[in-house]
Write a protein that binds this ligand. Structure first.
Ligand code: TRP
Length: 367
């Protein structure tokens, strides 16, 4: 006796966010190791600003402790932190609506690391493919304890503010999976059963509701296409192949003039066979709101030099307002420090509330 049941397809995460943005709290962030660049912008920054403007509550993290995973001394950390705040403000992160903070400034967040470490096995830590890759490329002679355990600290970042949504790239998925595992295990072990409700902000759904202490966060995978660096490799701060958001128009022109292309003079959009040329076309397209195919057709036999001029113009035009805002904010360092101080304050308040719940759940709320 079967009955036809009309079921609408389950709404996608994106649809759920659009339907009720106020239900979601997002946390994501970056290691302050150098200027943010176009790869960051089209990969994630732009999306953070979009979410913020939709009414999602956004926490943006300066992962300053995480910098220590791959270098013995975090050089110029203070300057990188300030520059990163500058980049955030320039692209449209609004400190009146979003919380910009550094995780080293939030003791309660860091304290979560300890119970969380007790919830994962050493074997699990060793299996993390992103960590394995970082160890393989590490500039340190020995693998530090932090290198192996920073994904647990990342879970503390996310769970300290009970973020339900974490916009990330592919390489961060193992960390998010670990965060989900930690949230579930904590809830099972201390929360009196029941996994946290997935997807919600966790705000309002805390201890005593039976939902467990932590929401189980979801990854919001970036749908942005990957931009290559000017050398054809992954665009990266450390490879000198990236166009920083704060770079001058001349510097941008110089970098793009030197960009790698290929021997085929006729420009076509063919990401599989012509990755460098196609990435330039993609960049021009992202900056001008057109399609890479259109720009390829238009450039055609004019060749790589013409393409590079087109890209340079598109990038400089697109970044002009961002750079203008950046210069304005750069002139007021006291304001930058205030933005961070206020963000830290907010993050501390949220993390302290979470830690109090954790202590209560663990039965360690005696004094
Ligand atoms: N690991 C991230 C990176 O290298 C930075 C990061 C730290 C992060 N904590 C996070 C990202 C929490 C998302 C959520 O880019």
């Amino acid at each position: 006796m079967t009955q036809a049941v009309e079921t609408a397809p389950a709404p996608t995460l994106e649809e759920r966010v659009l339907r009720d943005p106020g239900r979601f709290r997002v946390l994501t962030g970056d290691r302050p190791t150098g200027p943010l660049h176009l790869g960051h912008y089209f990969g994630t920054l732009r999306n953070r600003v979009r979410l913020q403007n939709l009414g999602v509550e956004v926490f943006v993290l300066l992962a300053d402790y995480q910098v220590l995973t791959d270098r013995d001394v975090a050089e110029n950390l203070g300057r990188h932190v300030e520059e990163q705040v500058l980049d955030y403000l320039a692209v449209g992160i609004d400190p009146a609506r979003s919380t910009v903070f550094a995780h080293s400034a939030v003791p309660a967040l860091n304290q979560l690391m300890l119970p969380f470490l007790s919830l994962v096995s050493v074997a699990e830590l060793h299996r993390n493919p992103t960590v394995k890759d970082e160890i393989a490329h590490s500039r340190q002679s020995a693998v530090s304890g932090l290198m192996l355990t920073y994904p647990v600290h990342q879970a503390a970042d996310i769970l300290s503010c009970k973020a339900g949504l974490v916009p990330v790239g592919q390489d961060q998925l193992p960390h998010l999976e670990l965060t989900r595992t930690i949230a579930r295990r904590f809830n099972e072990r201390y929360g009196g059963g029941g996994g946290g409700a997935a997807g919600g902000a966790g705000v309002g759904g805390g201890v005593g509701t039976g939902a467990g202490v932590f929401p189980v966060p979801e990854a919001l995978l970036s749908s942005a296409p990957l931009l290559l660096g000017t050398d054809g490799g992954k665009m990266s701060k450390s490879r000198g192949n990236a166009i920083a958001l704060g770079a001058s128009p001349d510097e941008t022109a110089r970098l793009l003039r030197g960009a790698r292309t290929d021997a085929d003079r006729h420009i076509t959009y063919d990401p599989a066979n012509r990755p460098e040329v196609s990435s330039l076309l993609l960049l021009a397209a992202l900056c001008s709101g057109r399609t890479p195919e259109e720009i390829a057709a238009e450039t055609g036999a004019a060749g790589a030099a013409a393409l590079k001029r087109t890209v340079t113009e598109a990038v400089n035009e697109y970044l002009a307002p961002i750079r203008a805002r950046r210069a304005e904010y750069a002139a007021d360092r006291a304001h930058l420090r205030r933005v961070l101080a206020e963000g830290n304050e907010r993050a501390r308040a949220v993390a302290e509330t979470t830690l109090a719940e954790v202590r209560a759940a663990m039965g360690s709320d005696y004094r």
